[in-house]
Design a protein around this ligand. Structure first.
Ligand SMILES: [Fe+2]
Length: 281
């Protein structure tokens, strides 16, 4: 039922430029997406999603060479946690060329294009002058920043609590999943975000909320959770792309006339969010 309340956007190519534009059917849909912090995006026709899904399914096979991708810190590499249903291959943009096959690295760059189109639309709506977009976003708006492309599997045969309620840290998350279970908080209650065939789920994170907070139109970072996966289909697959600011950078808050209203190092902002999350427990 919530399905009909979640706005749907499309990406359209402007033939006069190489930039893709995000568009909603009505201005009301855009308002709702910005308030909710979440919307569906019609899967762009040129996106090689089927290839990527197949790659995702194959990489957990016992003899898959991708199981040997080393772990880099806590966030990257082939990661299987014992107390969790998740097995994943997670890599930031700098390592795509090294570990992903050519067509998957290219798929990641297609998701970069989508992420950039979304953040540019957020800036356009915010009134923040275009000359400041790059600085405000720690470089992401012009192709820099930090991006992750992760292939995630949930093995529903092992017990798990799912993902506790949280907001994402970064700017934009792009999700393709074969399984229901995602819920968002609306009016104090958790509601299902059903899988809508032919569509990706887009949600906004804390860094985007931070940089638009003093503009004409701030976006919400949506609180969401994932229910423990239970189904007759034992393995569920997901592809997740995170558009984030670089961890060693700065974020700037500007108003619609370009005056600086605040700033934070990315590290400080993330540490603050982390402590808030821990207090909530
Ligand atoms: Fe999340």
């Amino acid at each position: 039922m919530l399905n009909s309340q979640i706005p749907v956007a499309t990406l359209s190519d402007d033939s006069a430029s190489t930039e893709a534009y995000l568009s909603f059917v009505t201005p009301g849909d855009l308002n709702r997406a910005w308030e909710l912090g979440l919307f569906y995006l019609k899967t762009p026709g040129n996106l090689n999603l089927e290839f990527a899904r197949r790659f995702g399914k194959e990489l957990i096979a016992c003899d898959s060479p991708y199981r040997r991708v080393p772990q880099y810190g806590e966030l990257e590499g082939f990661i299987a946690l014992e107390n969790n249903q998740q097995t994943k291959l997670a890599l930031r943009r700098e390592r795509w060329g090294q570990h992903y096959p050519h067509h998957i690295a290219a798929f990641g760059r297609q998701l970069d294009t989508i992420g950039i189109a979304i953040i540019r639309e957020v800036f356009r709506q915010s009134g923040i002058p275009e000359a400041l977009w790059d600085r405000a976003s720690g470089g992401y708006a012009s192709g820099g920043g930090d991006a992750f492309l992760n292939f995630v599997h949930y093995d529903t045969r092992s017990p798990d609590w799912g993902l506790r309620p949280h907001t994402d840290y970064g700017f934009v998350t792009i999700l393709d999943t074969s399984a229901p279970g995602l819920q968002i908080e609306m009016n104090g209650e958790f509601q299902d975000v059903p899988v809508l065939p032919g569509h990706l789920v887009i949600n906004f994170g804390e860094a985007l909320n931070f940089i638009t907070a003093h503009s004409d139109r701030a976006v919400s970072a949506v609180t969401h959770r994932v229910l423990s996966q239970q189904s007759s289909d034992p393995v569920r697959h997901g592809i997740v792309y995170f558009a984030n600011p670089g961890l060693d950078g700065m974020l700037w808050q500007f108003d619609a006339v370009g005056r600086e209203q605040g700033s934070s190092s990315v590290e400080d902002l993330f540490a603050q969010l982390e402590s808030r999350l821990t207090e909530d427990l």
